[in-house]
Design a protein around this ligand. Sequence first.
Ligand code: GAR
Length: 203
Amino acid sequence: MKRFAVFVSGNGSNLQALIDETKAGGIKAELALVFSNRRKAYGLKRAEEAGIKTLVLEPRHYATPQSFDREIAMYLKKDKIDFIVLAGYMKILTPWFVKQYPKKIINVHPSLLPAFKGAKAIKDQFTYGVKVAGVTIHIVNDKMDAGPIIMQESFKVSEKETLESLEERIHAVEHKLFPKCVSLFVDGKLKIGARKVQIADRK
Ligand code: GAR
């Protein structure tokens, strides 16, 4: 069975969705490690409650992003991690790190990429006044929020939408779409090109 690590920086509601789906047998891989760059990330508690090993490394203890990422990679290698899932990991991976796991890092982003890249996508969409919002699940490459897209889902933003309700709706879509994509990845159903991802046997 393949072993994967989930990277979190905050609440970890997407991590929870992945834990639940893995436990239910929908993701046929072992969630072997939860890594965080923030000691206070609530996602770490979720991992502990689920009996999953955790690792925390804080960037402030490292001279450069490169040395930080090298240390993470060393731990992942030791733990025989096959692929990585970024679930609200709010730090950009160095190109060196991405090269260690080519086409083996999956990310969830709370907008319809390539619109609203970056760390505040939900707020940015709300402030911009979009009529359609959504979620993107993609493979990570060496450019931020720019890798080949696995799935996207959109919905109409109502006139009564608040930032809070938009946030809630985006998270609900993420929690449905993200585990589905990870499962397809694990089952070898994704043909990942430089720009496009083909999904085999899509039901
Ligand atoms: C999610 O909405 C995820 O899409 C977003 O952070 C949130 C984490 O929530 N990620 C990014 O913005 C990446 N650029 P969670 O900790 O509850 O899963």
